[in-house]
Design a protein around this ligand. Structure first.
Ligand SMILES: Cc1cc2nc3c(=O)[nH]c(=O)nc-3n(C[C@H](O)[C@H](O)[C@H](O)COP(=O)(O)O)c2cc1C
Length: 221
């Protein structure tokens, strides 16, 4: 009898202590993520194409400064924006016009899906997931890591679709390279990342695959 009383007291004390404990850091650091409305992309200007091609290069030295929202909007439009609204077609080609690629923006606040139709970033996961986007240290510091994600559910009748998704992602990546060359931004495309960890964090379906990652930011002075 005495023994069961003691157990009851200990359980009550433990419950009280747990109620007083601070919330886990991860939960505290992951508030609800609001959608981001992007300013309409500025689709004029930039360097002449041949000059941008002369400057295109990979860089792995990034300043931590965030990209202005206008620059991000322009970058995403260059990457995978809609350039022929009447047909819904895009700045990069895709096999059979499947448009199976999604561009995911991972910054200090969360991961967002780029919606080219509404110029918006739709929340996918809250918190700073940049460290998950690669194995090189700069991914944690650079303001933006893009993930190029293929969704096989949009590749109907796609025998041998996988290589097509890799080709389609590469076109987007080259658009990003050329935009960055034109704007004086630092950029590197990457295949080094933990795909399963990213899929889990972003709650991807089993039809979605992260094909490439690409880090973008201002060059480190
Ligand atoms: C498919 C692909 C995967 C790459 N993966 C990485 C990577 O994980 N990390 C990295 O630092 N660079 C990566 N790179 C960048 C290459 O190292 C770089 O393009 C190459 O060294 C040539 O340099 P350049 O882009 O300046 O011409 C990758 C490039 C490609 C095309």
């Amino acid at each position: 009898m005495r023994r069961s009383l003691l157990v009851l007291v200990l359980v009550a004390l433990a419950a009280h202590a747990a109620a007083q404990a601070p919330a886990p850091a991860a939960a505290a650091a992951a508030p609800e993520l609001a959608p981001v409305t992007l300013p309409p992309p500025q689709t004029d200007g930039g360097l002449p194409l041949m000059k941008a091609l002369k400057l295109r290069a990979s860089s792995r030295a990034f300043a931590p400064d965030p990209l202005p929202l206008q620059t991000l909007s322009n970058l995403l439009w260059a990457a995978w924006g809609i350039n022929r609204p009447e047909e819904g077609k895009r700045t990069a080609p895709s096999a059979r016009n499947w448009q199976e690629m999604d561009v995911v923006v991972v910054n200090a606040t969360g991961a967002y899906l780029y919606d080219a139709r509404t110029d918006a970033l739709k929340p996918m996961a809250a918190g700073d997931l940049r460290p998950l986007t690669g194995v090189q240290d700069f991914v944690k510091e650079a303001p933006v890591n893009l993930l190029l994600v293929a969704d096989a559910s949009r590749m109907q009748g796609g025998e041998g679709a996988q290589p097509m998704a890799y080709a389609d992602a590469a076109f987007i990546a080259q658009n990003v390279y050329l935009f960055c060359a034109s704007e004086g931004l630092a950029v590197v495309v990457r295949a080094s990342f933990d795909g399963p960890a990213l899929a889990k964090a972003l709650k991807l379906t089993d039809k979605q695959t992260v094909v490439l990652a690409q880090t973008v930011g201002f060059p480190r002075p």
